[in-house]
Write a new protein. Structure first.
Lengths: 150, 178
């Protein structure tokens, strides 16, 4: 029957896609920000995500502050709104074991390429002030140059 | 009633498939197509990874400076400086054509690594308005050195234990990172 090669192709496609969908997407995918590329190879873990877009500051998808207000060198390093949001996340979404151990609390910062360091510094200072022991930066995996085998 | 309906269908099917002994694969193809589309739409084609940072707890006291090398990579508006907290600036790399000289940074850090092979820690210190992208690129070049190209690409570890802080003011003595 003429359908057999077609089924062969479909089977191959299904198997290929099944294998490639094994790494689950943990970090949210957004069109609003461009995350810088890096050669880092560490896989993201399930953590609280602070997203810094060009306009807003989000904690797990909820807007807590405006970047414009944060981007000033004067005043206290800690951003009160962000700290409160992070503390709240502490009590709800984190695993029970992590709640016991401060050093195991993790937060991932997803920042836009152009975020000034002042903003980033304040976000990191707030994260440590809200008792998060580990801070990670989210980056995009750099594309391998053409001709380089996997 | 139901049983007579079933019986009627059985008879009808029997008549329909009489003399045909190949499998009816059309439903299977339907399922396959649905699966392919489902997997295509859920597939992830851009991999997001993370860079781990080494940040001090807010209430911890300033640690005693360890003896030996305290490497600092200072990113300024006009270039990158590599310094040792004890002895001052080691090398200044000005911007080339408006771009930071990551290649020069990588080469000099390889040289430093060859002298102090036990050191793993480094501080990346930035001026206030440096974009996030520059921080990540600097961290990349401080962490590892990519040797070779193509399939023979190797990552050689340089200073993977990175802290981040404020750059000391220009003209001031090196040191005093936050």
């Amino acid at each position: 029957m003429a359908l057999v090669p077609f089924i062969d192709m479909l089977t191959m496609l299904v198997v290929f896609l099944l294998l490639h969908s094994s790494d689950v997407e943990i970090l949210p995918n957004t069109k609003q920000i461009t995350v810088p590329q890096s050669i880092a190879e560490l896989k993201p873990r399930e953590t609280v995500v602070i997203m810094v877009t060009t306009e807003d500051l989000l904690v797990n998808g909820r807007v807590v502050a405006k970047v414009k207000d944060v981007n000033s060198t004067s005043g206290d390093l800690v951003i009160p709104a962000l700290r409160d949001a992070l503390k709240e996340q502490n009590d709800t979404s984190l695993r029970d074991t992590a709640q016991q151990d401060l050093a195991d609390r993790e937060v991932t910062i997803m920042g836009d390429k152009g975020t000034p360091f002042t903003v980033l510094k304040r976000v990191m200072a707030t994260a440590t002030a809200a008792d998060y022991g580990k801070v990670s930066l989210a980056v995009m995996q750099k594309e391998v140059e053409v001709g380089a085998g996997a | 009633m139901a049983s007579s309906k079933l019986a009627a269908r059985s008879i009808r099917n029997h008549a329909k498939y009489k003399g045909r002994n190949d499998l009816n694969i059309v439903p299977m193809i339907d399922m396959m197509v649905i699966l392919v589309f489902f997997l295509l739409f859920t597939a992830v084609f851009s991999n997001t990874n993370i860079l781990e940072l080494n940040l001090p707890a807010p209430n911890s006291s300033v640690p005693e400076l360890p003896k030996g090398l305290n490497l600092e990579v200072i990113v300024r508006q006009n270039g990158i400086e590599i310094a040792d907290r004890n002895s001052g600036v080691l090398r200044t790399l000005p911007k080339k054509d408006g771009e930071y000289d990551y290649k020069g940074l990588s080469e000099f850090l390889q040289f430093v690594k060859s002298k102090y092979s036990d050191t793993l820690a480094a501080s990346v210190l930035l001026e206030p308005n440096i974009p996030y992208d520059v921080l990540v690129q600097t961290m990349d070049n401080t962490r590892v050195w990519q040797n070779g190209s193509g399939p023979s690409l190797q990552n050689v570890e340089l200073f993977p234990d990175i802290s981040v802080g404020d750059a000391p003011l220009t003209g001031a003595a090196a040191g005093g990172g936050k």
